[in-house]
Design a binder for this molecule. Structure first.
Ligand code: FAD
Length: 473
């Protein structure tokens, strides 16, 4: 792929040729967060290196916790296997032992992946690389339009603020889509390969309404959104009552679709809808970049000043946390969001910000507890976007996000769910309350629906006082 600007495949060795015979050994294509066949540079690098390849996915128990995200992943794997004509080799185990063993068993001359920049993934890949010995691990591309670590300030340091990052990101640009499809590589039939597992059944979390899985579904959803809703995206994207966002996040999470494909489709558009979507995709790259430079921020405050903030603890705090998790806080927009999360494994972005602000600033609980709950339930759960979305809202993250910004759940609801439809959809106890009045139901008015568990005006003052305590230390 000539003309690429995101770095060439790491090479320099004659891949896949067995020294004495000159015969080309097969390659191994190891799928991870790139469960697609179109616009997948890894396939070009495998085709360059070898006449044929085995497609493999490793079921790594450290990553596969039961829940809707794993269910969605398993369905995406089934779709990929179908797209490969049943030739996906699925194996279970620790990739550090499984991949080198497979490479040996198959006589593979090279292993091809899209780079993983997340903390666990990059550590794992270095360990696999060591264990592979002579066989190169060839990293081509990444799940991002611009790979983490590539956009730097003039002095070589990473960006900490989004707007200048976006400017540099746009100037850097991204490569054209790779023209790949299933037939780019001659796939080896994996029948009889030692350790072959089947894709596990996923009935465990069928109570969550998941979107259709796989690359074809992702491409269909993108086309629908692009043709029907993108024109209004810049205005509708903040409205949880409308179907105004792309809902592509689960597909982007597992690479059923690459952001470069979307950006390429938008290349001739400078209308507000397209410009806003480009910017949102840049947030995804930005947070991956931040986590790449500061892997500690998966668990710790980006801004260490916040290490001293006081949180609530004890039985009342635990009861409040449980009410938040279950969508029973008595704040309708918060409860609607938390129930949408449990029912769909997804929540609208505006509402993610509202519920995150509520947990950290009205209930005075640590952001990482909320982030963990999100990761347990989100189908699009992604360490970089999630932890930094939380940190941004809590005020301890990147950007000049003002810590003193405390969302008022009632006015947020009235502004972004103006007729109250979103709340009534997710909180059946309030279906009898008409219009935007649903955001401030009178105390005790709706049987089965709790009264507010805190007084927002009071908690706002408490939050501001606690922030003042840490001051400019
Ligand atoms: P669209 O509005 O259609 O946006 C298109 C794509 O742009 C998204 O699919 C996503 O890939 C990217 N994007 C949009 N907004 C953001 C953003 N603020 N940060 C990073 N990428 C963005 N997104 C995740 O993908 N995984 C998460 O785990 C996640 N956790 C979040 C937690 C909090 C507290 C907050 C405030 C935001 C979080 N986000 C997360 C970002 C955002 O809410 C979702 O990406 C978005 O709601 C997904 O819906 P969509 O695909 O319809 O978005």
């Amino acid at each position: 792929f000539v003309g690429e600007i995101d770095g060439p495949p790491k090479s320099g060795v004659a891949l896949g040729r067995s020294g004495h015979t000159g015969r080309v050994s097969p390659a191994l294509v190891w799928f991870r967060r790139d469960l697609r066949l179109h616009d997948l540079p890894t396939l070009l690098s495998a085709a360059d290196a070898a006449g044929s390849a085995t497609a493999v996915f490793v079921l790594d128990d450290r990553l596969l916790r039961p829940g809707p995200r794993t269910t969605f992943l398993l369905r995406c794997l089934r779709a990929l296997n179908d797209d490969l004509g049943g030739r996906l080799l699925v194996v279970r185990g620790d990739p550090v032992t499984v991949i080198p063993r497979l490479a040996r068993d198959l006589g593979a001359g090279s292993v091809h992946v899209s780079a993983d920049h997340a903390p666990y993934g990059s550590r794992r890949d270095h360990a696999v690389e060591d264990a592979l010995g002579e066989v190169p691990l060839v990293r081509t591309g990444s799940p991002y339009a611009v790979s983490p670590g590539r956009v730097l300030k003039g002095d070589g340091s990473p960006y900490r603020v989004f707007t200048p990052f976006r400017k540099a990101w746009l100037e850097h640009g991204w490569r054209a889509p790779a023209r790949t499809r299933a037939s780019t590589v001659t796939w080896i039939d994996p029948d009889g390969i030692r350790g072959r597992a089947s894709i596990p059944a996923d009935e465990g979390s069928l109570e969550v309404a998941l979107p259709p899985a796989g690359e074809a579904a992702a491409r269909t959803r993108w086309r629908q959104f692009r043709d029907d809703a993108l024109d209004r995206y810049d205005t509708d994207r903040d409205r949880p009552d409308l179907d105004g966002t792309s809902r592509l996040s689960p597909y982007l999470k597992f690479g059923c679709l690459h952001p470069r494909t979307l950006l390429h489709d938008l290349r001739d558009r400078s209308d507000p809808g397209a410009t806003t979507l480009r910017s949102e995709l840049c947030w995804r790259d930005f947070y991956a970049d931040v986590l790449h430079h500061r892997p500690d921020t998966a668990r710790r405050n980006f801004n260490g000043r916040f290490d001293d903030i006081r949180y609530d603890t004890g039985p009342d705090a635990e009861r409040a946390f449980a009410a938040w998790q279950q969508g029973r806080t008595g704040f309708p927009i918060v409860d609607a969001g938390m129930r949408q999360l449990l029912a769909e494994g997804w929540m609208h972005n505006r509402v993610r910000m509202i519920v995150a602000s509520f947990l950290t600033k009205d209930l005075h609980l640590p952001w990482w507890r909320g982030a963990q709950h999100f990761m347990d339930h989100l189908v699009d759960g992604d360490l970089a976007s999630n932890q930094h979305g939380w940190q941004w809202t809590a005020g301890c993250g990147t950007d000049a996000a003002p810590y003193f910004r405390v969302f008022n759940p009632m006015t947020q609801g009235e502004k972004f769910d103006p007729a109250g439809d979103y709340v009534r959809r997710w909180v059946p106890e309030l279906r009898g309350v008409p219009g935007k009045g649903v955001h401030r139901p009178p105390f005790g008015s709706s049987p089965g629906y709790p009264d507010p568990i805190v007084d927002h005006a009071h908690e706002r003052r408490v939050a501001l006082a606690r922030y003042a305590e840490i001051g400019s230390r």
